[in-house]
Design a protein around this ligand. Structure first.
Ligand code: UDP
Length: 385
């Protein structure tokens, strides 16, 4: 295979940047285009002009992983500063510790339970008639009982996903642990941190290779793929096919920015569990960079809603109906040649950053191995349905 064959990558987010770099290192010429006017996709960070605070423009992104190789990979491009995600929740006019832990249980029920006592107490509250939780609601009622479920999960989830938690899969709630100790780290991964100069700077360094060119503000058109020998596509799967089978459902977010002189809420993320409060959470960005000093503060109130044609897609909804539509797009995609769909949007999955990077590394390696063997590259690394 000629090593100077032209590879087109659609999207300069984590997937596109990591695949691009691996292929450039292997000697390929890589052209990356992105519809937006910046790199780094939804983990894009930039300094707020007014306060100089590093802002997570598309909402909170905290890097956490158990994958040593991925951790070493990102550390090769950025110094990761120690950061623990400690989220608080306001519900029923009180503030609690999250994820639900011994402190939350004792605060909520006004008790001083020890771990074993709390476990027995919650087991009594839990709906043990649910043996195989299928829905988000089943999962909540089975593992924390009705009171905690209603205070912390029901309202928030209704706002976040725009539907009843009864219609959502249990897997969404499985992202959150319930702990019978005072560990309030939101994540249970071995490695966690925040890039010292932001995610966009990290992605810029990943992209900084003479074999890579990046063109921004450029919309991909299937008909213009031109002479590329292979395309790695990290844009929306339905967008690749001009939505010919309808639109896959996404949630989009609106951020209401406000500033404050001082410390507005004392933590990076405050969730709001009450259904009557229209936003899901408030992010105070300067707390994502605790090693920096800033007098002023910039905060985002986060509102979730259905994603329309002109909006930025954030969360794939993946209800039964969406999965049926996804199956049709996957079948359609499998008829394509010389294209591989990657990342959150390309595979319509709720992906954390570390998994995105892991899959991007695996995709690039498979491509290189297949090329060397003269074999075809699959359309999906892992079939999304
Ligand atoms: N969730 C909730 N209450 C909370 C936080 C999360 O009900 O205070 C639910 C909600 O449905 C959310 C899911 O748990 O979509 C996963 O939460 P996570 O914090 O992982 O969401 P992300 O940070 O990806 O938006």
């Amino acid at each position: 295979m000629p090593m100077d064959e032209r590879i087109l990558i659609v999207g300069a987010g984590l997937s596109g940047a990591v695949i691009g770099r691996e292929l450039a290192l292997a000697g390929h010429l890589v052209e990356i285009i992105d519809t937006r006017d910046h790199i780094a996709g939804n983990c894009h960070t930039e300094r707020d002009e007014e306060t100089d605070v590093m802002v997570h423009v598309y909402g909170p992104h905290i890097f956490h992983t158990d994958d040593k190789e991925v951790w070493d990979y990102v550390n090769g491009f950025q110094k990761f500063m120690p950061y623990k995600n400690r989220v608080k929740a306001t519900t029923g006019e009180r503030v609690y510790s999250l994820p639900v832990n011994l402190h939350t249980i004792n605060q909520f029920f006004g008790k001083t339970l020890r771990p074993d006592e709390a476990r027995a107490f919650i087991e009594e509250k839990a709906d043990t008639s649910i043996t195989d939780p299928q829905s988000f609601e089943d999962q909540g009622l089975r593992f924390v009982g009705r009171e905690l479920y209603e205070a912390f999960f029901q309202g928030y989830t209704q706002k976040q996903w725009g539907c009843s938690p009864r219609d959502l899969p249990a897997s969404i709630l499985k992202r959150l642990p319930v702990r019978f100790n005072y560990d309030d780290d939101y994540f249970f991964h071995k490695y966690q941190g925040m890039p010292e100069t932001g995610y966009t700077d990290m992605v810029a360094k990943i992209l900084d290779h003479p074999g890579i060119t990046v063109t921004l503000s450029t919309q991909f058109k299937r008909t213009q793929a031109g002479s590329a020998q292979h395309i790695f596509y990290s844009g929306p799967l339905d967008g690749y096919f001009d939505f010919e089978l309808g639109r896959l459902a996404y949630r989009t977010l609106d951020f209401e920015r406000f500033t404050y002189n001082g410390d507005y809420q004392g933590c990076a993320v405050m969730n709001y569990g009450d259904a009557a409060v229209p936003f899901t959470r408030i992010t105070e960005h300067k707390h994502f960079s605790p090693w920096e000093q800033h007098e002023g503060s910039v905060c985002y109130r986060e509102f979730s809603r259905e994603c329309g044609p002109g909006d930025i897609p954030y969360y794939p909804v993946r209800l039964v109906r969406d999965k049926e539509q996804l199956s049709k797009y996957v079948a359609r995609a499998e008829q394509e040649k010389a294209v591989t769909f990657v990342g959150r949007l390309g595979t319509y999955r709720y992906l954390d950053m570390d998994v995105t990077i892991r899959e991007a590394l695996d995709t690039a390696r498979l491509f290189i191995a297949r090329r060397n063997a003269g074999a075809e590259m699959p359309v999906f690394l892992n079939r999304p349905v």
